[in-house]
Each structure stands twice: as C-alpha cells, then as structure tokens.
Design a protein. Structure first.
Length: 1223
C-alpha cells in the first residue's frame, strides 16, 4: 500500500479569514468567468481567480463553467475566505450551438439548473445512455428548466452566423420532451440576429445580451449593434470580459489547453486560439472605462449579481428515510438494533453478567449524542448495506474502518470489527457536538464483489437519489509533459524521454537538471517554454472520474442538489463534486470502498473449507497465535496486509510484535507523523529496554505529574497516533475547543506557512511555558505536521491491524492456500506473482505449472498424492518421442520446492503440507478468461486432452490461443516440451483442414518425425520464455545463469549478506522488484532487488539518487556496490554506486518464440553476448561452454557474436516484469 495519498494537494487561499476585512461594494461584477473546471478551457483555478478578484476591487465573483457545476464549491470556499460573495451559475451550451450564462436566483432555480445538466449528462436526446463526459442539452430542455434562472445570451462573434432550430409558424417550438419534434414543427436556419426575437419570446427569463471587447478593430460598432438588438427585444446588454484566465500571463497555457482539446498543435490551431491575452479578469475601474459609452451594461451585471441571492450553504441536506418496523422512529429503531447487537457481541456464555457496565454506559452516551445530532438514519443505512453484503451467498466480506472504529455503536451493529472498549478508543474522534461536522463511516468490501453492493444501493434509492462522489483527475507530470510537448511540436521521442525523468506516476516536477542529463539543450528557448508550461499544467484538472466508493444519498432528488453524470463503467453514475466538496458543504456520504485483501482472505477461507474442512470467518480465526507472531518477528510478511512493504518488513524484527496491540502500533508507526516527529527510535529503544520509559510532565505549579499518563502510557510515553498528538495539544498546551478544531483542520493540510508558524508558536510556546521539555514539545508539533501528510488515527490502525493478524495467521498455517488466494486476487499489494510464488516455495509449498489438463482459470490447490498418481497415468499414455527430461519436469519442480524450503525458516505451524499449488491460466499473458473457460468446459465434458489437435477440436480455441498455451509450456501432461507443443500448434495452422488430411496417418507421422528432430531448448531459454509468457518461472531464476561470472567478479548472493561484517564493502546484483521514495524519507530511495537466493534491501541517499537518477529509475537489472549495515536483525546495503545491467538480459536468450522453429537443424543455439563468461550456466547442463562464432556473418562484422545489438532489444525488457514503484 502506498505511503502517501495518490492525489495532488489542493491549493487554498493562504490567509487567515479573521484578518480580512469586508471589501466595499463595487459597481461591477464579472459573471462570464470560466475556471479550470471547464476542462481544458479555463486556465486558472479558484485560488487565482479569488485572489485576483479581491485585489482588483471586486466584492462578488461569478462562476460559470461549461455545462458543469464541478468547480462551484471551490470558488465558493476560496471566495468566502476572502470575504467575496460567490455568485453561483454555469454556462449552458446547447446542441444547436447556442450559449447562455445561467444564474439561479434562489434555491429552487438552482435545483432546476442542476436537473437540466443532469438530464444532459445522463441521457442522449434520444433517451439512450449518455457517454461519460458528454452533455446534450437542447433549447427545449433549457426552456423547460429556466424558471427562476437569469439567462444571459452569449452572441457569436459573427452576428450573421446561422443556426438551425425547430420552429412552428416562425415561433421557436420548445416541446418539453426535447428529443422528438412535433409533426407541426420544422427546422429553421437563420442568422443569430434573426433568431434572437424568437429566443427572447420563448425564454422569458433571458433579459440580457452579453457583450465584451474583442479588440478586433470593430468593438464599438459591434457593441452598438448588440445594444440596438437588445433594446429591440426588450433586453439589456450586459458587460463581461469572457474570462478564461485570471491574468494575461496565463494566456499561453490557455492556448495549450485549447490545442489539446482540439487534438492539434499550437502551430496548426489558427483561429481556434484567442487572438490576444485580453480574456482575463480586469479591474472594476477598467471595465467601467471600457464600457463608459454603455453604463447600463455595467449596471446590468451588478443587477443580476444582486438578484441572485442563492448561496451553496442553503443546500439543506436531508438524509433519506428508511422503512422502520412497528412505527418506530429512526432513533428508536437504532436503539433497538444497538441493544440487540450488544447481546450478540457480548454473549452470555462469555459475559455471565450481560453487557459490561462500562460498555452499556458508552452505548447510552453515544446513542444520546446520535439522537441529538439526528444521525440515526445514517447509522441504519450503513447497517443495512453491511447486512446486505453479509446476507449474500456466499457472504461478501466487509469491515468498517477509520474513525468509525471509535464507536461502540458501530461495533455492536457489526459495522466495525474492533471493540473500542478494549483499546480505549475515543468516540469524540468520530462524532463531536462541538465540531458540527458529519461523521464519516468507511466500510471496506471485497474488491471483486463491491459492484454487487453498489448496484444494491442504486436499486434501493434510485439513480435520482443516489450517486457516487467524483474524483478529479489532475494533470500529473508525465501526462503533462507528454500532452504539452505534443501540442508544442516536440517529437514523441523527446516527450517520452522527458517523461521518463519523472519519478513514478506522482512526481511533482519536470526538473531542468534532469532534462539536461538526458541530453536536452536548455539553451533552446522553445524547450524552456515547454517546461514552463508543463509546470503550470501540473495539477490542473483534466476530467472527472468516479470516486472509489463515496456515495451521496438524499430523500429528495439528488439532481436538485448537484448534477449527476454517467461513468465509463456500465450502470455507474456519479455527481460532479468530490469528497472534499461534500465535506465542505457538510453533506453525509456513505463510503463503500474496495479492499483487495478482503477478497484474498475470503478466497483463502473458502480454500480452507474446501480442502481442510475448516469453516472460519474474520471473527473466528484463532486469536493471539504465538506461531503467527513468531513469523512476523522475522519480517516474514510478504503478501500480508499493510506490513509487506520493505519499511514495514524492516520494522517487524525491531518492534517484535507479541500481541494484537503491537500490530496496531506496527501499522501506525511507519508513517510520516511518527517519523517526522522523531518518535520511532525513542519508542523502539524503550520497547527493548534500552531507554527508560518516561512520560513528560509539566512543572509542578502548572499541573500534576501524570497529566499525560492516560494518553501516553500504552505507547511507552511516546505519541504514535493522531489522537495522542491532539490530546497533547488539549492537555499540555491547553488548547480550547476552537483552537483544537483549528489545529485539527490544519493537520489535514498544512498549507499556509503563516498558519503553521502561528500554531507552532502557540503549541510549543505554551508547552515550554508550562514546563515541558522543549525538544519533546517541538517533536510533538512536528509529528502533527507529519500527520498532515499521511498518518493513522488509532482506530484506523486497529481496524487494519485486525486484517494484518488474519492474513498473517493464514500465511503462517496455510501458506499454500494464502499464496493461491493472493494470486487469484491480483492485481493488489506490493509484489508481483513471481515474488508471491517464490515466497510460497520458500515456505515449502510445491508449486506446479500451468497445464491444459490440470489448470483452471484461477490457481487451485491439489493433494500431492493425487497429483503424483495422475501424473503417472499421463506418462503411460504419452506419445512416442516423449522427452524424458520434460516428462520429469513436474517431479523436478516438486524436488526444487522441497529444496527451497530447506533454507526457509522452519514452519512448525504449517497445516497444509500435503497440498500443492497449481498455477492457473490467469497467469498467462494474452489468454482471455473466456478462452480458458472454453478449454476447461471441454475438458470437464470429455476428459483429459490427448494431444494438441484434440484440444483444438474439442475446445474450439483459435490458433492464436493454442500457440499462447504452447509458448507458455502448458502441454507438459501430454509429454510435450515447449518446442514440441509449438511445432504441433503451428503444424495445425499450416496443414489444410480438409477431410483428405484430417485423419491421415502420414500427417501425424510427419509431425512426430519433425518433432523428434527439434533441439532441446536450453534451460536459460526456458526460463526467459517463462517470464515472457507467464511473468514467472518455476525452473530457475534468471540470476542463476549469471552467477558464475558474478562470483568471479566478487559479487555476493543475497542469502550470504548476513555473513558479512557490519560496514563491509560488498557487491550485489539482482532484478529490481520495488522502488520506493516516500515523502517522509527526505529524498531517500529504497530499492528491493532479487537474485536466485532471495532479496536485498538497497538504500540510495539523495545525492547518489540525483547523480544516477536515470539508472535508479530505469534499470530492470542492476549491480550495486555499497556497505552492509545492520539495524537489529535488518540488513541494508548503503549504495555507493549503481550500474544498469539490463542489457545483460539478452545473454539469456535469442529470439525464442519464432527463430528456433525456423531451422530444424539448429541444434546448438549460439548465445549472443558481449560479456559472456564460459562458466555461466546458460545452457542445459552446467558444463556446456558458450561457443562464439569464429566468422561473423556478413552485415554483422562489427560485433563479436551473431545476435541482438548489445544495446539490447525491446523484447529483452519483457524478460523481467517491470518493477512496482511507490511513493
């Protein structure tokens, strides 16, 4: 799981509203403002627009994005922070090509406007499902929703431009349906000036005609004409500057956005671009000067703004009513369900006295506050959703998390799994009367079955009352440089090279220095301009997508609160606001989230029941199992929820968990909060007894010595959780409720340097004044700042710790089932299937290859005895010419698995020693689930396949599918090697499928003779082809073939690092698995590499990272020179130099899947290499030397060996799957 959220931080006005005075009333209000939420049209965000408006003398600011309300909450918030009045509206653009500014005067009119946009975004004019992002609004639809909406017509630049609308007797006809024209209507094509009278008659709220200066030389004449046209139709012109950006210097970015939107380049965009940089916010004085001849145009803008009194704070949220039995009120029903759940959570068998008194008192206190705040319906809705999931067959695993785990009511209702009474969790962290903010209950569901829950919500509430929140997709550096560079005329090679200099997918910049390192000439002004525009583009919204699961539910139509649009997925719809917008308006949301580990656990529990007869649930997995904790103390946690990252693996042997609460701390401690607060090392020292446990205390005159004991006792006097840091501010710094709430909000995003300094002075200064140690005081505040980046409250950590323990127990006792479930739940977690399989084999699990006669789509478990018998039967029926080495392949795999397990830690708790893991067809690249299902169905109907032709005939697979199976070596049970299976697969394609040849023995005999002449594929080629087709190999590790030459050069195997002395210099080499560069690490990069014996942890300090950035970011195979360092039981290599040796991958293979079959006499495959070592085991049998050709063939005289270019071939990169990079 990433160490930080994968969304860019939002910009906010960095001023304290309390220090801002009310601006004087201005004579003009700009209403024609597009923000960046008119995607790729407006080039400024809410912060820049609000700050500029305030600086230019405005007291109010309109917002009118194109067919959207997506940006209004942000403009509302930033304007309010600067004491500006936001005027909420939108720009309606119709399918006829006409455009209007639309401003609702009150709450009802706002609802009409939202319904209009929703209608355009959810259905086409013909009533079909609308495409995501599209919006079809007709004039008829606008007329039907215009009541109370001030419409301002936006005339085209050319008033003689023609438009086509539906008319009846020369009067515009607006049927309410909008999609089908009445038989009496006919299309009318006319100039805009001729259509305006019809529009004015049928749109009674359209009282104004917008006008602006275009600086084309005819502005005065054009505005005079518009003024006359408006007067003739009982309208008034209205002044605007048609704002697309806040300042003139943003115009180049707006041009880039226009070119991207139209899929062209700046050089070719022509008249698509604005003619000048005048489309920016201008001061009220400048607008008065421009429209001095038409003062009524200035007055009209002010008049409309004053008439529109609607404020987003009027959106009184009404949670939907549920159906309650026996005429109960929501609160009465919640109380009844709570006490019923309490008796189930605290059964009489375990609690003879009934529900413990402390729990009863807690429930009573929570229920009272829930009733006071009117939240009963919200809790009942969450319970209903959870009950639905658990009532399915089979049940959908789910568990609440986050601050909801602080609630005893949530626990007894079955929403959460952690008893807050056992962990002293604080209900006030979840709901507080003082904060007046809605609670947030997050519930995780199996990621593969969450859709069932989502569709249940849609069915129950209807799409007009239920919608997912949006997620704003912003431009990230890689996307920005590619799209900006493309429209600015850079080649794809250049933009790709620049994009590759950005770390991961969430870098923050395109560095000039990194551009120079890849050979870019920064003296070129065009390139510098491209980089500058890219930096401006980063963080701009690109489009809306659906949130991972945040639902908004309403009693009245949701479309009257916010527009709803369709998602890309079928049957998905989402609102235009994201979760922060929802929180800002105080609207309750239901978070229906997806968690891959729940899917994995459910699949694993199913396997346990099917193969071991153990019916377990999340609640009945045996608790406090010592063998499980012993496994974790060794850092043996690959695949385990939340503690599988290298940082967590390294922490486990140091923290040495022995009970559940240790896991709670383990989950929370490797986070920016404790790290930045320098709390990690003090806690670890105290835990192992190297440092005395001391709880800081104030001076005697300022408070009792145990003032913080209740807060810090369980964590040995060191604050680890968010709640602790907040309580220290309350108790030690004596923050009042308002100050604490301000600090809590600042903790979410420490965005203002001034606010940080002020709060730091307040908290640290007060603590020191009361006698606390200055160092402790500073570290407490630094920790709070760290939580602003990413940190865990104790309740959230406790919820996750539950899944940590369950997944650890499964891995410890049933590693085969756990690995099988992990593979079947991909993609998820830190590690690729190759590492999951390697880890399973290290734990003694026998892993069997994909096979057409044994595999399903998913990976499966097999009883070893049954497997051996079945394999023997297959041998008896094998075809003539069967290769004995291939026949023994699975037996070799079993032996290899056993050998691997010898070096692994003893698994005394393992309970599945007679079970093998069979890989499924899902591991094959390019084979669809549908094709696999056809194969399995044919096998179930007619038994095992006899040969390749039999499979093709019965399974009806395409030749391409059969060749993929052969390339992946899936015909082992038929006695065929990979090359033999490929020969047969391609012979089926080559031979005519005619009756004359279908049963001809000659064809079979010819195929067998040709197959018998095929050379054996070397083991290195086998391994490489495995990786190319299944991304893993059971035969050997790629590094094993390079070990001889590495050994001669003094390279150490990963398994031998522990034998080296601390600070000893070593050289290691391996495949890059994971690269991590967490924000809390201050530029340090952590790399995990793997060789044939295990993994090594490499630490790259920032200076080396910058010096060798291309190598660190791009290498698939690397050599590292550095020092070994020990930290408790954890071994690191502090890198001093890194070399990219990815090109060595082509030493393992020639063109495997085609060339070897082209020449039947090609018995000895030459090995292309510029650095080959005769002792490298690159062929079948360690004694085979590499034989360079004495005389290179014509056309290749410059290289010593015939084969791929030494620079490497793109296919070589496919030998090793790409690393997984995290922030």
């Amino acid at each position: 799981m990433p160490d930080a959220p994968l969304t860019p931080g939002k910009r906010h006005v960095e001023v304290d509203p309390e220090l801002i005075g009310q601006p004087p009333r201005a004579s003009f209000v700009e209403l024609g403002v597009m923000s960046c939420f008119s995607f790729l049209r407006g080039a400024s965000d809410a912060v820049d627009l609000a700050l500029t408006a305030r600086a230019l003398g405005y007291d109010a600011l309109g917002i009118a994005d194109a067919n959207s309300m997506a940006g209004v909450v942000r403009v509302h918030g930033e304007a309010k922070a600067l004491k500006l009045r936001p005027v909420i509206g939108c720009r309606i653009e119709t399918v006829e090509g006409l455009a209007f500014l639309a401003y609702p005067q009150d709450r009802a009119a706002y609802g009409h406007l939202c319904r209009l946009i929703s209608a355009g975004r959810m259905q086409t004019l013909d009533g079909e499902w609308q495409d995501k992002g599209a919006c079809a609004i007709s004039l008829a639809m606008l007329a039907a929703h215009a009541e109370g909406v001030h419409l301002i017509a936006l005339p085209p630049r050319d008033l003689t431009a023609e438009f086509t609308i539906a008319v009846e007797d020369n009067v515009v006809a607006f049927p309410v349906s909008g999609s089908r024209r009445d038989a009496k209507t006919r299309p009318l094509t006319a100039a805009y000036v001729d259509l305006l009278p019809h529009l004015a008659e049928q749109l009674p709220t359209m009282k104004h005609l917008a006008t602006c200066f275009l600086y084309a030389g005819d502005d005065i004449a054009r505005i005079e004409r518009l003024d006359m046209l408006a007067r003739a139709n009982a309208m008034t012109i209205l002044a605007t500057n048609d704002v697309h950006h806040h300042a003139p210097e943003r115009r180049p970015l707006q041009d880039v956005m226009t070119a991207i939107r139209h899929k062209t380049t700046i050089a070719q965009a022509g008249h698509l671009l604005h003619a000048n940089a005048e489309r920016h916010l201008k001061s009220t004085q400048e607008m008065e000067r421009l429209f001095a001849r038409w003062p009524h145009a200035i007055h009209a803008a002010r008049q409309v703004a004053d008439a529109c009194t609607f404020d987003l704070e009027e959106l009184a949220y009404d949670y939907p009513e549920e159906i309650y039995p026996e005429g109960r009120t929501p609160q009465q029903h919640l109380e009844a369900e709570t006490w019923l759940g309490a008796t189930q959570r605290y059964p009489i068998e375990e609690f003879p006295q009934g529900v413990p008194q402390t729990v009863r008192e807690t429930l009573e206190r929570e229920l009272k506050l829930i009733g006071k705040l009117g939240l009963a319906r919200y809790f009942l809705t969450i319970k209903d959703i959870v009950d639905f999931a658990r009532g399915q067959e089979p049940p959908i695993l789910c568990q609440g998390r986050g601050s909801a785990a602080n609630s005893a009511v949530c626990y007894v209702l079955g929403i959460t799994s952690v008893d807050p009474a056992k962990h002293a969790l604080l209900f006030d962290r979840f709901i507080s009367e003082e904060r007046k903010e809605p609670p947030d209950i997050d519930v995780d569901f199996e990621h593969e079955r969450r859709e069932e829950v989502i569709q249940y919500i849609y069915r129950k509430y209807g799409r007009h009352r239920a919608g997912l929140c949006a997620t704003v997709i912003h431009y990230r550096p890689r996307m920005a440089i590619r799209e900006v560079g493309k429209v600015m005329g850079l080649s794809e090679d250049v933009t790709s090279a620049l994009a590759r200099t950005v770390w991961g997918s969430m870098g923050r910049e395109v560095s000039h220095r990194h551009a120079e390192e890849i050979g870019m000439d920064l003296s070129d002004p065009h390139l510098r301009r491209v980089l500058a525009l890219t930096e401006q583009m980063i963080g701009m919204p690109r489009h809306l997508s659906q949130h991972v699961g945040g639902f908004i539910l309403t009693a009245s139509p949701l479309t009257e609160t916010v527009p709803i649009g369709n998602g890309a997925m079928p049957e998905r719809s989402f609102i235009e606001w994201d979760k922060d917008d929802i929180d800002a308006l105080g609207i309750l949301k239901v978070d229906v989230l997806a968690l891959g580990m729940l899917t994995c656990i459910r699949k694993c529990l199913d396997l346990l029941e099917d193969h071991h007869g153990r019916a377990l649930t999340l609640a009945t997995v045996p608790r406090e199992d010592e063998e499980t904790y012993a496994m974790l103390r060794k850092g043996d946690s690959l695949g385990v929820f939340q503690v599988e990252s290298r940082a967590q693996m390294n922490m486990l042997p140091r923290l040495r968990p022995r009970e559940f609460y240790d896991l709670v701390i383990q989950v929370a401690i490797v986070r920016p909060g404790p790290i930045q607060g320098d709390m990690v090392h003090p806690y670890l020292r105290r835990r192992r007894g190297a440092e005395a446990v001391e709880i800081p205390a104030p001076s005697p005159e300022h408070g009792p010595p145990d003032e913080l004991s209740s807060i810090l006792k369980r964590t040995l006097g060191v604050p680890i959780f968010q709640e602790q840091a907040m309580k220290i501010a309350l108790d030690a710094a004596k923050f009042n409720a308002l100050e604490a709430n301000r600090l809590r909000k600042a903790m979410a995003t420490f965005r203002s340097r001034g606010m940080v300094d002020e709060l730091q002075d307040m908290m640290v200064g007060r603590m020191i004044k009361r006698g606390y140690d200055p160092d402790f005081s500073e570290r407490c505040f630094n920790q709070i700042k760290g939580f602003g980046e990413y940190g865990f409250p104790e309740s959230h950590a406790a919820s996750f710790a539950h899944l940590v323990y369950v997944s650890s127990w499964l891995k410890c006792h049933f590693p085969g089932a756990f690995a099988c479930a992990l593979l079947n739940s991909q993609p998820m977690g830190f590690y690729a299937p190759a590492q999951i399989v390697r880890d399973a084999r290290e734990h003694g699990v026998v892993v069997l290859p994909v096979d057409v006669n044994h595999s399903e789509w998913d990976c499966t478990l097999e009883v070893l005895e049954g497997h051996s018998q079945r394999h023997k039967g297959t041998e008896d029926n094998s075809a003539a010419g069967f290769n004995k080495a291939q026949r023994d392949m699975e037996c070799d795999i079993i032996s290899a698995s056993s050998a691997v397990s010898v070096s692994a830690p003893p698994q005394s708790g393992r309970q599945d020693r007679d079970i093998a893991l069979r890989l499924g067809f899902r591991q094959l690249d390019g084979l669809s689930e549908h094709a696999a299902a056809m194969l399995v169905a044919a096998r179930q109907a007619g038994g095992a396949f006899a040969d390749v032709a039999d499979l093709r005939e019965r399974a009806r697979l395409t030749p391409a599918h059969i060749e993929k199976l052969a390339s992946a070596d899936c015909f082992g049970s038929l006695g065929l090697t990979r090359r033999q299976a490929l020969w047969d697969a391609r012979s089926l394609v080559a031979a005519p499928d005619l009756p004359l040849f279908t049963h001809a023995e000659t064809r079979e005999e010819g195929a067998e003779r040709g197959r018998a002449l095929l050379p054996r594929m070397s083991l290195s080629e086998e391994v490489v082809t495995d990786y190319q087709t299944t991304r893993l190999s059971l035969k050997a590790h790629p590094m094993s073939f390079l070990r001889a030459s590495l050994g001669e050069r003094g390279f150490v195997r990963a398994a031998d690092l522990r034998a080296r002395k601390n600070r000893a210099m070593v050289q290691v080499a391996g495949v890059v698995l994971i690269r991590q560069r967490p924000g809390s690490a201050k530029g340090v990069c952590f790399i995990t590499i793997e060789d044939e014996t295990g993994v090594a942890n490499v630490v790259v300090w920032p200076d080396l990272m910058e010096r060798l950035r291309r190598v660190v970011m791009g290498a698939r195979l690397m050599e590292v020179r550095g020092r070994v360092e020990y930290d408790d039981e954890v071994v690191h290599i502090i890198a001093q130099h890194i070399t990219d040796t990815t090109r060595d991958l082509h030493r393992l293979s020639d063109d495997l899947l085609s060339a070897p079959l082209a020449r039947a006499d090609h018995i000895k495959a030459p090995l292309p290499s510029g650095r080959a070592n005769p002792r490298d085991n690159l062929r079948e049998g360690a004694g085979d030397p590499v034989e360079p050709w004495q005389d290179p063939p014509p056309g290749n005289r410059d290289c010593g060996f015939h084969g791929p270019d030494l620079r490497g071939h793109p296919r070589d990169l496919r030998i090793i799957p790409k690393s997984r990079d995290f922030h």
